[in-house]
Design a protein around this ligand. Structure first.
Ligand SMILES: [Zn+2]
Ligand SMILES: [Zn+2]
Length: 339
């Protein structure tokens, strides 16, 4: 089968011919119909994210149809439309016992990170990692749930976003759009920061009450303070994380505000502790999502309460076009590959 693979830091991805995987006991094989293109893939390609596994098939937003099952899995699952949960924890460590597989001490698999992912015609995963999708959802709109919406739910859970709070979503990519909608559902007021008017207009459509165009506004923290009557933001979701945005994000925090790092760049975070001490602010990271959060995300999108945005669907061999568009900041929502 064809697969788009990572071959080491700084090297371009290549479309390779690889053996089609066969499901073993307890596993299913998914014929992939839609694979979302995430910023993570750009970090692999640039070498910023180097997990030491190569070659590796990229892609962790994976939707498709089960076309084969291994021993012990009901043949009734063949034909199921599914979204892949991309973590496979050990099931035994303290994190797995709490259902927080994303922090597992002994991960058995992480598809698209340590194990072959979704930029391919097929993937084999344990049956429990193939989460059934309601008929209402197309596979193209389902794929971006896998990271875009689930990561948003996870970050809102970690930051404990509550009704009446102000949340700044710093960056309006797919996860940013997920965050705007999830924070709104929790009753928060949302302000979105971006650099492209078209993306900010869409942020408003999805529920952001206010937007700031970073190309036009220099003192973004000042603008956030002004909009909140001097109070600042209760939670700031950092999806860009350059030296410039991190400085602004820290400065816009309210007392007991939470700064959540979801995105990252080459830049380091520097802050004088006094800034955090006198406001009792908290800084945290958020990675991935739990299976329960993925199930919640699927239910929210199926119910029409959260939307995923598909910028375009490309055949697998045109993956470069999708990556180039994402790198250039031209993608509104997600590019989806159809292998
Ligand atoms: Zn992702
Ligand atoms: Zn574990």
């Amino acid at each position: 089968m064809r697969a788009v693979r990572y071959h080491g830091p700084g090297q371009p991805f290549r479309l390779d011919e690889v053996p089609t995987p066969e499901p073993r006991a307890g596993e299913v094989r998914v014929r992939i119909v839609a694979a979302g293109v995430c910023h993570t893939e750009l970090h692999f390609e640039s070498g910023l994210l180097n997990l030491g596994v190569a070659p590796l098939t990229m892609g962790h937003e994976i939707a498709g149809v089960i076309d084969q099952v291994g021993e012990g899995v009901s043949s009734g699952r063949v034909g199921d439309r599914v979204l892949v949960y991309y973590y496979l924890g050990c099931g035994e460590c303290e994190w797995c016992r709490r259902g927080e597989e994303n922090l597992c001490d002994q991960l058995r698999a992480e598809y698209g990170f340590f194990n072959d992912g979704g930029y391919a015609e097929h993937i084999v995963v344990p049956a429990r990692n193939a989460v059934a999708l309601p008929d209402a959802l197309s596979l193209e709109e389902a794929a971006p749930i896998g990271c875009g919406v689930t990561t948003a739910i996870h970050a809102c859970n970690l930051a404990d976003v509550r009704e009446g709070e102000t949340v700044v979503v710093y960056g309006v990519g797919a996860v940013g759009y997920g965050l705007i909608q999830v924070a709104r559902l929790r009753g928060a007021r949302v302000l979105a920061v971006g650099r492209t008017q078209r993306k900010l207009d869409l942020a408003r459509e999805l529920g952001a009450e206010h937007t700031i165009n970073a190309r036009e506004t220099g003192d973004i923290a000042g603008a956030v303070r002004e909009w909140t009557g001097g109070r600042g933001a209760d939670a700031v979701m950092e999806l860009v994380a350059t030296a410039e945005t991190m400085e602004q994000a820290t400065r816009m925090l309210a007392k007991r505000g939470r700064l959540v790092f979801i995105g990252y760049s080459e830049d380091a975070y520097t802050v004088h502790p006094i800034q955090l001490v006198i406001t009792e602010a908290r800084v945290m990271g958020a990675v991935g999502n739990t299976l329960a959060e993925l199930e919640e995300a699927v239910a929210l999108v199926a119910a029409g309460r959260v939307r995923t945005l598909v910028d375009r669907v490309l055949p697998l061999e045109r993956f470069d076009e999708g990556l180039d568009a994402l790198r250039a900041g031209e993608v509104v929502g997600r590019v989806v590959l159809n292998p």
